[in-house]
Design a protein around this ligand. Structure first.
Ligand code: MCN
Length: 755
């Protein structure tokens, strides 16, 4: 029986539960200096001068300003259409562009002195006009990068509008939705340390998702050969898309080389809230039209992406929104126009879902608005427009090539599990009774893209002296449980118990290549690379066993149930992995039991349906999420326990966007939510237990049949909860509530509807 599909407990958990995780912050690094960044307190200003004299007078303190930095600006990434003139000086020289921009660096023996010194660095600012709102930035009245001549960093889709797009529609509805700015909030803030070895090679320990890519960026920025850079990512306490290399990590390495002394830095929570890139921040204007019996004929989506002060990956995200704008529906015509602008705020980057939640939020709101307009049940409208189960592979009008799916099946399962008809009956009863506490039921059907740009991942499998195996992966796990699932994948192919397989990751000296973890692509490419490498090891083993048993390798078979290689038809002429490893070690042939593979595949498209039930107190505007039923289909599951955990965490993020979290700036660009006191990051006590319902529709794109699951819960849940709140308020004439749909926004919506 295969280990795959079993609820194997996470191999990494005993380490974490005993407090034995090793993070950058607790790595011993003798003689390391402490680095403190002095950050701008103004959102937009010219730097007239930086007086470091008082700070430098403290014992054993060194200060660096923009003038001392001899390496070029950071980013933007070389994506097509992204303005390359909007790079970020690692330390601001002339201009600061957001509260949190680095203006000086303090190097000290200890952290406390560093903080004292940082407070003594006096920056003379000449304030400039601050642009916080992307709508204002788009007017190009105040430019963040005057040389670019515009704040528009990137465009996507087409600005052309077909005046006849909605001709033939019985009903046309428009709406606006802000997918508000979110802070990623990894519980382990960013941390970096660096040391130059006696051989001149640099080692950087980073709290990152992408060690191999970081090595390339470090080498490229610092003018080093990549082989002279080693990046080690030890245990990492969450990243959620945001923990990819940034100026801080580059500066830590630059300082270690410059001063010939180990350096370390760990950001504080409030520093993390302003300096770690944020996510979302996409304003979506939709128009949807169709027939009165529910068939959608046309859809237009306009996205205005706030890219923050230094447009990078965030400016590219509307491309993903465009690609996925059709959702699970067969919509004959779609128009998309995206614009990404620079503003005086923290830069935007990837955050769990990155561009795809925005697409789902828009189409799922639009579908509900359309259903309300024609007076049809929102589930029924969806049913009329699904891409049919037998239509796969299916390419949407936005050129997304969906691999496999059963969207109606997912909705049916979700509605059944939720007891939809009973919920509607209870809602009707409450409405008739007219009490303050009204019920809202929200539906969201989603499809998302994982491994969106056909990436390649590296995997290596090696048999160890004791007959176990090591899997080396170029992927990285910072909460996703790869130490368990990748071990399961290799164990299944080798016929070894999962306990005998150890997964190594995150050290660029040990692992030849890698891309890291983002876009929920690890299993389908990294897991597959490990699988293929394991198969190649089996082939090598057959050769070796053939030699030892004096038989042709073609006659050797692996009995995966027993973990033995034997002569076909003669099971007693066998060697177990342990016996084989012992003999191969003695003969110095163990190295033959090792193989590597780089696996590439097209994207896969996980999908699902979420049903949210909320209670809204129409007198106090309090919103309570009562239930969330989540059907998330990620193809064949490797480990349903881990997949469920991923959905669980993902749903928490998605619900938090619907109900709680929002990064807020005042008009001067001051962050108003830079601690967990002001930023409404929910705890377990704020959230109900989710009802996760399994569904598995394999992808034909890899032999595991696996799609990604890491972001699904986030993408599916936000629109379900958002729709539920609006549904609860429908009898009051409410057609829209801003996210987060918290008491304040619900109260406003009720007041506006009354007015
Ligand atoms: N899995 C499975 N069966 C499948 C698909 C996945 O059993 N069909 C398992 C995998 O083997 C893996 C886990 O589920 O152990 C997630 O796998 P996958 O969907 O391939 O996604 P990645 O490993 O590439 O994770 C990335 C994804 C992203 S993009 C964000 S953001 C995110 C997330 O994972 N950030 C996280 N989950 C997170 N979880 C934690 N704890 N912390 C974060 O920062």
């Amino acid at each position: 029986m295969s280990i795959l599909g079993n609820r194997v407990l996470r191999k990494e958990d005993p380490r974490f539960l005993r407090g034995e995780g090793r993070y950058v912050e607790n790595l011993p690094l003798a003689g390391a200096a402490s680095v403190t960044f002095v950050r701008s307190l103004l959102a937009h200003a010219r730097i007239a001068g930086v007086d470091t004299s008082a700070a430098a007078a403290l014992p054993n303190v060194q200060i660096f300003t923009g003038a001392d930095i001899d390496i070029g600006p950071f980013g933007p990434p070389p994506f097509p259409g992204l303005d390359q003139g909007m790079g970020r000086p690692l330390v601001a020289k002339d201009t600061v562009r957001f509260v949190g921009d680095i203006v000086a660096i303090v190097v000290s023996d200890d952290r406390a002195t560093g903080v004292d010194a940082a407070e003594l660095v006096l920056v003379d600012y000449d304030p400039l006009t601050v642009v916080v709102r992307p709508e204002d930035a788009a007017k190009d009245e105040t430019l963040l990068f005057p040389d670019s001549g515009t704040n528009v960093a990137a465009r996507s889709g087409s600005p052309e509008h077909d005046e006849k797009l909605f001709d033939g529609c019985d009903a046309v509805v428009s709406g606006t939705l802000l997918s508000q700015r979110m802070a990623p909030c990894p519980l382990e803030p960013r941390s970096a340390a660096a040391e130059v070895g006696a051989d001149g090679r640099i080692t950087a320990w980073l709290s990152t998702q992408t060690p191999h890519q970081d090595r390339m960026v470090l080498a490229g920025t610092l003018g080093l050969d990549p082989t002279d850079v080693r990046v080690v990512a030890p245990d990492v306490g969450g990243g959620f898309g945001a923990k990819m290399i940034n100026p801080e990590e580059i500066l830590i390495v630059w300082l270690a080389r410059k001063l010939g002394r180990p350096m370390r830095w760990t950001e504080t929570r409030s520093e993390s809230m302003v300096a770690l890139p944020h996510g979302r921040a996409e304003k979506l204007d939709f128009t949807i039209g169709g027939t009165k019996d529910g068939k959608v004929l046309a859809y237009r989506l306009e996205a205005l992406q706030d890219s923050g002060a230094y447009p990078g990956l965030g400016a590219f995200l509307p491309n993903l929104t465009a690609l996925m704008s059709s959702g699970v529906y067969d919509i004959p015509t779609i128009e998309f126009e995206g614009k990404s602008v620079a503003t005086n705020t923290t830069p935007i980057s990837a955050f769990r879902g990155a561009g795809r939640p925005e697409a789902s939020q828009a189409i799922e709101r639009a579908l509900d608005a359309f259903a309300a307009e024609i007076g049809m049940d929102p589930g029924e409208v969806r049913r009329k427009n699904f891409i049919a189960k037998d239509a796969f592979p299916h390419t949407t009008v936005t050129h997304a090539a969906y691999d496999s799916g059963d969207y109606e099946g997912a909705l049916d399962l979700a509605l059944r599990s939720a007891g939809y008809d009973d919920l509607r009956a209870e809602q009707k009863q409450r409405r008739e009774q007219g009490g303050a506490k009204q019920l809202g039921i929200g539906i969201s059907c989603y499809v998302e893209i994982t491994n969106g740009i056909n990436e390649t991942e590296f995997g290596e499998v090696e048999i160890t002296e004791d007959g176990g195996a090591i899997v080396r992966t170029g992927s990285f796990s910072h909460g996703q449980g790869h130490e368990t699932t990748f071990a399961m994948i290799a164990a299944e192919r080798l016929g070894l118990p999962v306990e005998k397989v150890t997964v190594h990751k995150g050290d660029t000296d040990e692992i030849a290549k890698g891309t890291g973890t983002y876009g929920s692509k690890s299993t389908q490419i990294g897991g597959m690379a490990a699988r293929v490498a394991a198969d190649e090891v089996v082939e090598q083993a057959k050769k070796l066993v053939g030699d030892y048993l004096e038989t042709s390798p073609a006659d050797i078979v692996l009995d995966t149930a027993l973990g033995k290689l034997h002569v076909a038809g003669a099971p007693s002429r066998a060697l177990s992995w342990a016996e084989l490893a012992t003999r191969a070690t003695a003969d110095e042939r163990l190295g033959e039991l090792k193989a590597e593979h780089e696996f590439t595949a097209p994207p896969t498209f996980p999908f699902g349906a979420h049903i949210a039930v909320v209670e809204v107190d129409t007198e106090t505007a309090k919103v309570e999420l009562l239930r969330l039923v989540a059907v998330d289909d990620a193809g064949t599951l490797i480990n349903p326990l881990i997949a469920e955990g991923q959905v669980h965490g993902g749903v928490a993020t998605g619900v938090a966007q619907a109900l709680y979290e929002q990064v807020v700036y005042d008009d001067d660009g001051n962050p108003m939510t830079s601690t967990f006191v002001g930023y409404a990051f929910p705890s377990a006590a704020d959230l109900p237990s989710w009802e996760a319902v399994e569904m598995e529709t394999p992808t034909p794109n890899n032999a595991l049949g696996a799609k990604g699951i890491g972001e699904s819960g986030t993408i599916g849940s936000t629109p379900a909860v958002h729709n539920a709140v609006i549904d609860a308020l429908a009898p009051y004439g409410v057609r829209h509530v801003d996210m987060p749909a918290n008491g304040e926004n619900v109260w406003r919506a009720l007041q506006e509807a009354k007015a």
